[in-house]
Design a protein around this ligand. Sequence first.
Ligand SMILES: Cc1ncc(COP(=O)(O)O)c(C=O)c1O
Length: 417
Amino acid sequence: MKKSSRSLLQKLHKQHSAIQPSPPEAPGEDAGPEVAFDFRTLPAYREIKIVRSTGQTLGIDSPFFRRVDEVRGTKVKIEGSWKTNFASYDYLGLNQSSAVADAAALGAREWGVSSTASRVVGGHRRYHAELENRIADFLGVEECITMVSGYGTNLAGLRTLVTKGDLVLVDALAHNSIYEGVRASGADHFAFPHNDYNWVDDKLASVRGDYENVLVVIEGLYSMDGDIPDLPKFIETKNRHGSWLMIDEAHSLGVLGMTGRGLCEEYGIDAEHIEIIMGTLSKALCSCGGFIGGSSGLIDLLRFKAPGFVYSVGLSAPNAYAANEALKMLARDTGPVDRLRELSKYFRAKAGHYNLDCEMGGEFPIIPVMTWDSLAAIWVSNKLFENGFNVLPIIAPAVPNKSARLRFFLTANHKTN
Ligand SMILES: Cc1ncc(COP(=O)(O)O)c(C=O)c1O
């Protein structure tokens, strides 16, 4: 089956490479009104066509963009039937708590659903200040700034903080938003092998002098491999070369450390050793938006200069209230953080017992189960789906070729039976 599907894929690739987008027809004398451009003729669309027709030929349903009818905790109703969901970043299981829903509703009642303008003109609302102060306290940094998306925060933040003449070294498994921000900045940049602080050290030993500022970017918990970086080593390395360190805590906030404060807490390191701490509100904090925390100088600079902040609407009250409530709940009760760690250990032990290949990563709630082969990942995901489990496959180009996997995201609400 594997061999035949591979040759079938090769055949399909060949067929599609032969398809050339047809040249636009020259308008004749009696040409009628112009028809809107068909974007399916763009080369970028070809990849989508290949994937679709490959799936159809092999009789494999696409597991992506399925219709979701309803969500209740760890259960999700997809295309009419209930599944146990392993594809949610609601790590602490707070997303459907009545406290968070009530907070979001109160925010909407008090301030309306939208914040209606950029904060530069619309003002620094009380709820912005409350949330930003709470996040800054939580992280142990001087100040914090929030923006309307985590993706946009990386884009706007990086574009503002580095520029031509600077160098950025980014972990090879870092999120696309980091790469896009760095590209937009005009700074030179390199991807370093995943978690390899020695590579960073060697590189900086040879090129540090060529650059004005150097930034090293890592994540707190990597969403593809489910592992964490060696923070003390990265701090040592960046200090040795007079560089800055940025941590994207999108998946580690609420997850790492005894009280969910992230990578610094996991290692017992004071956050003041890190220049830039970025995170999203969309995962453990069950809202929507992003933030950057750090020194007051950093936040002041972003407030005036980050385009995704200056030229974008302020965080809405329902989102700010929801994230604020989730943080309050976490401060009152860190039980979900402990439970998540216990569940992660339990899942790994069980998976190991059934000889599943899940050695990658640590005792954290992102658990890659390797199939290596992309078609196998899709096939197993679909089989699990038929049997009541929603687990998505991760295939190239999201991960390197021949590194396909199923990715299980655990939440504190999952049960062991
Ligand atoms: C590491 C990382 N950074 C940033 C983002 C973007 O965050 P958001 O989805 O809240 O825009 C994500 C999203 O998954 C992420 O995984």
